[in-house]
Design a protein around this ligand. Structure first.
Ligand code: FES
Length: 344
């Protein structure tokens, strides 16, 4: 889940090295489509929830120490609730199955404050959205926001069948006005949206936002390669094939291999060595330092940590260049410098 960020609240900054957590109650579960449920969370103290920007997601801490990220699909104008929509994926890592099978209305849960790695571009006045399947979720909050702002937009929404398509009721007024195009392919890519034709022309000042399965995202990236830098924004739910390879330093045989480095926790006043075959998270946990992780592949943002000195070897697909000057994803990144100092 990544992309360009709104500078004022691009990322929910970790406090004391950790993300802010919220106590919430699951108020309702609603079926949206085949195997897709909406989960509505309200604050357990009945107060307003922190404001969020369109495209934000939250970490849901599930029983059993599982943490999963889900995009908020309700309007950012709402402060009384957060709503996520989840596709039950029996072949996934277990988070969506746990959401569907184990959560009950009234259950109390911990979630993170919203973070946004997939924000609307503030300067854009025309927005082109492309959603594949459950990739519609962050785009639903974006649609609410661009309508509130009165900006131009069009959504291309691709799915297998109407039965497997979430939010059709909510989108119907926009479909009727020609602002949303539906494309059902029945699982046959030949019947899918012609991405090349769709993305060949770009109107002035238009920005593109897309989210969906990995291959779908790759195809969009390719079809929009001619769009100007900074006008394309996407959110991935798995590591992209473009993630930096797991290499650090050049060796004599021309191969590059990870090398050990020193890791200092400035506030804890502790120093460890991260060996070539270890991750920063491995070393922290082995030494009793509690850290939250979820994807462990650099695309969810859960492990984002501020660093104070050194030069990280960034391997995530979340942070932009400006954020990389301050933060590092410690599940996957290493250090180019001999020492990396974290604000922990
Ligand atoms: S755990 Fe997902 S980015 Fe590190």
């Amino acid at each position: 889940m990544e992309a360009v960020l709104m500078r004022e609240e691009a990322v929910a900054r970790p406090e004391g090295g950790k993300h802010v957590k919220l106590n919430v109650t699951l108020k309702s579960i609603t079926s949206l489509a085949e195997n897709i449920n909406a989960f509505e969370f309200v604050s357990s103290d009945c107060g307003p929830l922190p404001a969020f920007s369109a495209g934000s997601h939250v970490d849901v801490h599930l029983p059993g120490s599982t943490i999963r990220q889900y995009s908020l699909c309700n309007s950012p104008a709402e402060r009384h609730r957060y709503v996520v929509a989840v596709l039950r994926d029996a072949s996934g890592r277990g988070g969506s199955v746990a959401m569907h099978d184990n959560l009950r209305v009234g259950q109390k849960l911990v979630i993170s404050a919203p973070r946004n790695h997939f924000a609307l571009e503030e300067s854009a006045r025309t927005h082109v959205f492309i959603a594949g399947g459950i990739g519609i979720t962050p785009i639903m909050s974006m649609l609410a926001e661009v309508q509130r702002r009165g900006e131009q937009f069009h959504l291309f929404y691709c799915a297998r069948t109407p039965e497997r398509t979430a939010f059709l009721d909510r989108l119907k007024p926009l479909i009727d006005r020609g602002l949303v195009s539906l494309h059902f392919d029945d699982g046959d890519p030949q019947k899918g949206l012609d991405l090349t034709a769709t993305l060949t022309k770009r109107s002035d000042n238009a920005h593109l936002y897309y989210c969906g399965p990995g291959r779908f995202m790759d195809a969009i990236e390719k079809a929009s390669a001619h769009w100007p830098a900074g006008t394309r924004h996407c959110e991935r739910f798995s590591a992209s094939g473009t993630v930096a390879p797991s290499i650090d330093s050049s060796s004599r045989d021309g191969q590059e291999r990870p090398v050990p480095f020193e890791l200092e926790l400035r506030r804890a006043q502790k120093t460890f060595t991260v060996q070539a075959e270890e991750s920063i998270v491995d070393v922290l946990r082995a030494n009793g330092v509690e850290v939250d992780t979820s994807c462990c592949e650099g695309y969810c943002g859960t492990c984002m940590t501020r660093y104070l000195e050194g030069e990280p070897l960034h391997r995530d697909t979340v942070l932009d260049e400006e954020d990389r000057e301050e933060f590092v994803m410690i599940c996957c990144s290493r250090s180019k410098s001999g020492k990396l100092v974290l604000d922990l």
